[in-house]
Design a protein around this ligand. Sequence first.
Ligand code: C2O
Length: 533
Amino acid sequence: GLARHYKFSVVMKNTTKLCASKPIVTVNGKFPGPTLYAREDDTVLVQVVNHVSYNVTIHWHGVRQLRTCWSDGPAYITQCPIRPGQSYVYNFTLTGQRGTLLWHAHITWLRSTLHGAIVILPKRGVPYPFPKPSKEKIIILGEWWKADTELVISQSVQSGLPPNISDAHTINGHPGPFPSCSSQGYTLHVESGKTYLLRIVNAAVNDELFFKIAGHNLTVVEVDASYTKPFSIDTIFIAPGQTTNVLLAAHQSGGTYLMAISPFMDTIVGVDNLTATGIMQYSGTHVSTATVRASIPAINATSVEFSFINSLQSLNSKRYPANVPLAIDHSLLFTMSVGVNPCSTCVNGSKLVAALNNVSFVMPSTDILEAHYHKIRGVYTDNFPGNPPMTFNYTGTPPSNMQTMNGTRVYKLAYNSTVQIVLQGTSIIAPENHPTHLHGFNFFAVGKGLGNYDPNKDPKNFNLVDPVERNTIGVPTGGWTAIRFRADNPGVWFLHCHLEVHTTWGLKMVFIVEDGDGPSESLLPPPSDLPKC
Ligand code: C2O
């Protein structure tokens, strides 16, 4: 592969949306940020230079980072932050992946404005496993706050109360439409008879989204940089951190068609429930033409979510086989919960916390990867529980003695061991859908169900042939999801809910994958410019 060099200057940029201006943190002054283009097998070197007063890190969400955990990016997990005035070169090779991913800041809530797409094209001379589109377009979905998002989250942490919800959703940076603020929304220009590949990225902070275009079905061909068996559907469901590539055939002769994103949340209110719309406009069509409308899914349209998710299967072709682990070395069950703990300085004397297996993760002040590599003691403990501390009816009435524990706990995996994790949603405080992201791996989503996972019955229904391969997966409200992967990537790997509010509350944990014995089975040494804590 080639070496691709990028420079990301992190700079403030005064930005006006919804009739209000604020300075935002950007890469190179752009919102959404620049797209990173490469081919499979290329090596990408991104020099990130921090010109703002915040500490910064960038995460390459979904990039495997084989042996290059030092370039993964989550603050205090794999590196110390890049301080104001400092720079760091992220250096990684794109191995075994092709499609769309995203990059985003991985510290506090900076990712609300610090994000962009990663496009990984197939190796030169290798075609897509679907008809070649005439054109490709990137569609980045986001959330916009009129207030400074760093203030929104720090006030929430201090008070123990939930953070303020966003003021709008955005399509490629356009909230829309807000005619009173002269914002018309995003326009996708198309020509009749052509087919477009839309690379859709959900970069929202806290909202899972539906995406649709009136009068046009979408053919899904890829999610999270893994090919899928193509299927046609009218509404896409996409969680924060997920990416979906679809073919859009511009089969109408002309006209304008509504493009809409709306949030999905099946139990709780307290999300930005505004629909953002844009326009798909055929060339030669006047803007004044009446736009064909679409029916927007209800906020709790679980059936729309499920019909999308249930259609996903990995392509599992000869060239792109699905190597699902069949024998399992580590069989883990993680409960996911949101609860309250006492807090004497908080407004109500309590604060919201979130936990996996009843442990709310505490961020260390030295990154775990350096502690692991240099054998520094006292940074973490390796006693993260592989199973819930007590069994109970997870989706029923929770026990009353469930006060959440705090800890910087990790779970260790031997190199190349096989892992199954059942992510079990619970109804402690509030049942919610948790889009869960694992760094450093693609995993197979082998099963899901409602209610409590039954280890005797449910595995019989697992799909071990062509389960979808992802890096971020929803755990249904009042239900569970099972994933499998092979721990073939040495290093320190974060697992967390990709609703940033839940991450902030502690819904996160860390795997350490030990080095193997072979010469190419161990973590490479840290780069010399690795930021210091
Ligand atoms: Cu996209 Cu750990 O995050």
